[in-house]
Design a binder for this molecule. Structure first.
Ligand code: SF4
Length: 368
């Protein structure tokens, strides 16, 4: 249980507590700010820990960002010496490379910030590599199209998306508005470097509506542009939708197994099996798409050995990319509501296994 005098810091701090599997323990936190100094005091098991970080926020947005950052770091510094360091240090959230890029664009060396946040040398190096691969393609624009509909809602999901059975009545008007919006931004889309249709699970859309979205996007990008559809959960793949995608120029498809272990899939409310993933993969491969496979490390009750088996299964398929996420529960995730504990014990092992096996199987990080 966390008691803090600053409510908006609560979700951020809970992310750190969860990463250490300590969310059910008693913590008291006091935050204050004065004259460019952020003060955080943490009481844990009758011990008091004081931290002071200096930084001059330019505005309220920066103030909030720094206060979240330093409060998380304070908790990390209390817990890491007791329970061991984590590969991403006090960095929680889903896009470390975005943070690195923001630092670089502001003229700062992101490595210094990562060091302050206790990110491991290996992960800092990996972010540097991804940043330089992505930098080679910078300068253009990307278009992201969201289709926030899914077959059902997975228990760990915090994306803005809803089960299609509850939202079917909005589909036609959503796609209509979306297509009008795409048409209205077309004049701004010169020099696109990539287009990504995500969500949600785009392939849950009925064939005709998916075709309407593709038709609105068509003609927007030069030939050869990376054009991805996050087809998504294997249980919605069909030959017809893959053929439609190919016809409209899609050249990259995401198949999202998350795990190849059927027990894990059932435990997280995923409602499909590993066999369905393999079938979806085979179908997508037949059409010649570049395929990305998504896996998640740290899913409830999954052991490092089970995760490694999933990773090896994914590598054996030789997709163009494999993306390994670590589970991050935000508000809106059913698992968080149930206060289920993440499998954090083996997460470090899963990440280092991923780095080792993927570095051996792939020569460089993906551009995507
Ligand atoms: S995790 Fe993916 S498939 Fe599951 S509900 Fe969220 S967006 Fe949909």
């Amino acid at each position: 249980m966390l008691n803090t005098n600053c409510e908006y810091l609560c979700p951020e701090i809970m992310d750190v507590l969860r990463a250490f599997g300590r969310e059910e323990e008693e913590f008291t936190h006091y935050f204050s700010y004065s004259g460019g100094k952020f003060f955080n005091t943490v009481e844990y098991r009758s011990q008091f820990y004081d931290f002071v970080d200096e930084c001059d926020p330019a505005d309220d947005v920066e103030f909030k960002r720094f206060s979240k950052r330093f409060s998380k770091l304070s908790f990390y510094k209390v817990l890491a010496p007791i329970y061991g360091s984590l590969p991403w240090g006090a960095l929680t959230g889903i896009r470390p490379v975005k943070l690195a890029r923001t630092e670089r664009d502001a003229g700062r060396d992101f490595r210094e910030l990562f060091k302050k946040l206790c990110v491991s040398a290996e992960n800092t190096e990996m972010c540097g590599k991804i940043l330089s691969v992505q930098s080679a393609r910078e300068g253009g624009k990307s278009l992201y199209v969201s289709l926030p509909f899914c077959p059902t809602k997975c228990d760990y999901c915090s994306f803005i998306t809803a089960p299609i059975d509850k939202t079917r009545q909005y589909l036609v008007s959503y796609v209509d508005c979306l297509c009008r919006e795409i048409n209205s931004v077309k004049p701004l889309c010169g020099g696109l470097k990539s287009v990504y249709i995500g969500g949600g699970t785009p392939f849950v859309l009925p064939y005709d509506l998916l075709g309407e979205v593709y038709a609105a996007v068509s003609g927007i990008m030069p030939e050869g542009t990376e054009y991805t559809v996050e087809a998504g959960r294997p249980d919605v793949f069909t030959e017809e939708k893959l053929a439609l995608s190919l016809r409209y120029g899609v050249n990259r498809v995401c198949v999202n197994p998350q795990s190849f272990n059927d027990e894990t899939l059932a435990a997280i409310g995923r409602k499909h099996t590993a066999a369905q993933t393999l079938k979806a993969y085979e179908m997508a491969e037949k059409y010649g798409f570049d395929i990305n496979l998504d896996l998640i490390a740290g899913l409830a009750d999954e052991t490092p050995a089970q995760f490694t088996a999933s990773l090896k299964r994914a590598i054996s398929l030789s997709p163009a990319n494999i993306t390994v996420h670590t589970l991050s529960l935000k508000s809106g995730a059913k698992l968080k509501e149930r206060l289920a504990r993440l499998n954090v014990a083996g997460i470090e092992e899963m990440i280092s296994t991923s780095r080792e096996l993927l570095s051996a199987a792939y020569t460089s990080p993906s551009k995507s």
